[in-house]
Design a protein around this ligand. Structure first.
Ligand code: NI
Length: 186
């Protein structure tokens, strides 16, 4: 078990389409180690989610560790070979951050409700319906498995301020936009 180095934007591994894991690979000791490393790395860097490509492993595995209710914590969710189905296309915006894009925040609009079909660490088929902030967390993490970063999804253009350094975001943008959008720091 180890804290891994996180790949930062510009490293080619973040742009690959991650390979799906076979059933044998899913239940292997190697995958268990990878999951442990991802958990430790996520904790060290303070994320609420992490995907295998972020530690230079281009395989289709990600972890979501978002606690909606801090008094009743749920264990981190490990998803393998996930597929997203959009259940409600209406868009919601959150300010997103990413361990692989440090010190940057960007406002990203994504569908507000999705279903994620995936395999768990025993290789069993599982399914989760996520809406609101959790839906954004899943979509952000699963984007990493397709080589997509949140900065790709920002709507750039004049008259908007959709991207900012974390410090400037906190100083100028976090408050005025607090009502209709939230934050994702992963
Ligand atoms: Ni990320």
């Amino acid at each position: 078990m180890a804290i891994r180095k996180v790949a930062r934007m510009g490293h080619p591994v973040l742009r690959l389409k991650a390979r799906e894991l076979t059933r044998e690979e899913i239940v292997s000791a190697e995958t268990r180690r990878l999951v442990q490393d991802l958990l430790e790395t996520m904790e060290e860097y303070g994320g609420i989610g992490i995907a295998a490509p972020q530690v230079h492993e281009s395989v289709s595995l990600a972890i979501i560790d978002y606690q909606e209710d801090e008094e009743n914590p749920i264990p981190p969710t490990v998803v393998v070979n996930p597929k997203i189905t959009v259940l409600d296309e209406s868009k919601q915006g959150y300010w997103e951050g990413c361990l692989s894009v440090p010190e940057i925040r960007g406002l990203v609009y994504r569908p507000r409700k999705i279903r994620v079909d995936f395999k768990d660490l025993e290789g069993k088929d599982r399914s989760i319906v996520a809406e609101g902030f959790l839906a954004t967390v899943f979509q952000h993490e699963l984007d990493h498995l397709s080589g997509v970063l949140f900065v790709d999804r920002i709507e750039y253009g004049p008259g908007t301020s959709p991207i900012a350094f974390t410090e400037e975001y906190a100083k100028h943008l976090a408050h005025e936009r607090a009502e209709d959008i939230g934050e994702l720091d992963d």
